[in-house]
Design a protein around this ligand. Sequence first.
Ligand code: ACO
Length: 428
Amino acid sequence: MSKTATLEINGQKHDFPLITGTENEVAIDIKTLRGVTGGVTTIDPGYKNTGSCESAITFLNGEEGILRYRGYAIEDLAEKASFLEVAYLLIFGELPTRVELDKFHADIKEESVVDDDIKKILDAFPKAAHPMGVLSSLTSALTAFNPSSVNVDSEEDMYRAIVKIMGKFPVLVAWTMRKQKGLPLDYGDDSLGYVENVLKMMFKKPNQEYVENPILVNALDKLLILHADHEQNCSTSTVRIVGSSHAGLFASLSAGISALWGPLHGGANQAVLEMLEAIKEDGGDTKKFMAKAKDKEDPFRLMGFGHRVYKNFDPRAKIIKVAADEVLGDLGIEDPVLDIAKGLATEALSDEYFVKRKLYPNVDFYSGIIYRAMGIPVEMFTVMFALGRLPGWIAQWKEMRTRKEPIGRPRQVYTGENHREFKTVDDR
Ligand code: ACO
């Protein structure tokens, strides 16, 4: 294959190097485009064709339904690794040895207490506040309690910042839910595993002994692994771009949480359950809602179907569908909303509109179902996604800062008014 791409503009030819990734993905390197063409730029709304960086963290191939973290298949990691191992892998590049993993966990536990004044901030929010808004604010507030900036040239400084946020974030997640439910804040029990403790911090009742449910621990562990990274998606790109201005790690993460909140991204898992509830309230006619989704005059979309990158199937959805069946079976849950979900999935998979457009259930279609079965309130679903995505955001931020990437600052094509004469207010 040729090593350059040639672009002809106004009769002038310009060569641009082609770069090839380790999985043979080819990209045209246009770093010199504006310089050599005298200011010509590219336009690509939604960045459907634009690579923002080179990255060694996550590989995904939407056509073939492949997802790998640092070279390891998501199927292997979901089956054989724990969330904490996966977090270590994403952030530091290799799977940890037993000693490394134990140290990582011990260091995280050491940092897992938040300043008590965080409770005052939490207290000031109304109970009805959306947990994603609360989580984003509390994450940002951590900056105020930990003002020293990270020296990105110091491995020790980087490591400290990473274990700090890995330790404190689950506390914020759990407290966000406890605030909404009016439960007293709780630190759980740091003799437990990372995920075990998250569940205890969330669900422990003040007047009851907490009893761990291994089915729920296993399901949550898998869900967090499946959500842990997804290369340059909307929230991750946000974390990288905010971090590229050298804003701190916590501020960058807080921005990522806000990006994740939207219903076209992480908010989809909440939107899925709200859609299923609405279908149930309406009498449960899935065919009616299938027709609405296909009607171009109707803004309704089947939430939890389709994906920007996976145009074949979402490999995470395959794994999580099995986990959803296990959780529902093991917990003996019968729920009309879940029956509607199954009906919709079956119909969509054989419907010409969905098949032709390659619209398959995505990971969020099933994650919402599991979270509901676990007793997690709908508004907390995206918060759980954020907990899973945390190591991915950290890994991407670390990669961006250690590679000394330039500040993210896209261009535009201006389509507004040309120069106009200014008239004072009385002359208009
Ligand atoms: N229901 C009905 N039709 C759909 C759906 C859907 N969920 N998704 C896409 N389509 C249709 C579009 O109308 C379009 O049809 P057309 O070609 O006739 O105009 C075609 O499929 C292509 O859709 P696009 O919007 O161009 O696809 P894009 O890649 O831009 O969007 C997205 C992907 C945003 C995920 C979209 O499929 C969607 O809105 N899905 C529902 C929301 C959702 O589940 N989001 C979660 C994503 S996963 C995650 O963030 C972890």
